[in-house]
Write a protein that binds this ligand. Structure first.
Ligand code: 5GP
Length: 183
């Protein structure tokens, strides 16, 4: 059903459920190929990456384990500060592991850049990043992201894990909010 209450709050759908699912399947095929014969420790960044994690790991055929981290970077505003606080750390030891960080969106890149060096300092064999969305125009730091779903314009988006005031994470598509919701 497309006429749900949450979908009615969208101004514009950027990617439909089908488009997201197709792209996630392509990313999974690439990751399987790149990690052939190696186990992956897939690290999801809470809460936004929950949807992409769930879909990506089910599309992957490699042996893998999953772990979760929660970090805060935005505080109450909408601008990343670059100051990252760990709210929930990993349960796993990263020593010698092939770590794949899974994130919902890269905006300034500050959160992931911090997270990648933090995880790299724990002795893993490798650390790569997979993000569903990236806003190239918003980048403040250069960050090497091996797997990107889609590049999007510098607009605030919700859905498929991404929230506005904790709502809209349950949308199966990604879109922009109608102005009357946040004005
Ligand atoms: P960065 O440190 O790259 O600026 O921020 C990354 C985090 O900011 C993402 O994990 C996400 O939680 C949040 N964020 C950045 N852009 C958006 C957006 O367009 N929509 C939503 N809902 N969250 C965003």
């Amino acid at each position: 059903m497309d006429s749900t209450a949450v979908k009615a709050d969208l101004a514009h759908v950027l990617y439909t459920k089908e488009e997201i699912q197709a792209r996630v399947a392509e990313l999974a095929a690439q990751i399987d190929k790149d990690y052939e014969g190696r186990d992956i420790l897939v690290v999801g960044v809470l809460k936004g990456a929950v949807m992409i994690m769930a879909d990506l790991v089910r599309a992957l055929k490699s042996h893998l384990t999953m772990d979760w981290m929660a970090v805060s970077s935005y505080g109450s505003g909408t601008q990343s500060s670059g100051v990252v606080r760990i709210l929930k750390d990993l349960d796993s030891d990263l020593m010698g592991k092939h770590v794949l960080i899974v994130e919902d969106i890269i905006d300034s890149g500050l959160t992931l850049s911090w997270l990648k060096s933090n995880l790299e300092s724990r002795g893993p064999a490798s650390v790569e990043i997979c993000a569903l969305l990236r806003k190239p125009e918003a980048a403040k730091v250069e960050i090497d992201v091996k797997y990107v779903g889609m590049d999007i314009p510098n607009e605030f988006v919700v859905g498929y894990g991404l929230d506005y005031a904790e709502k809209y994470r349950n949308l199966d598509c990604v879109g922009t909010l109608a102005p009357h919701i946040y004005q």
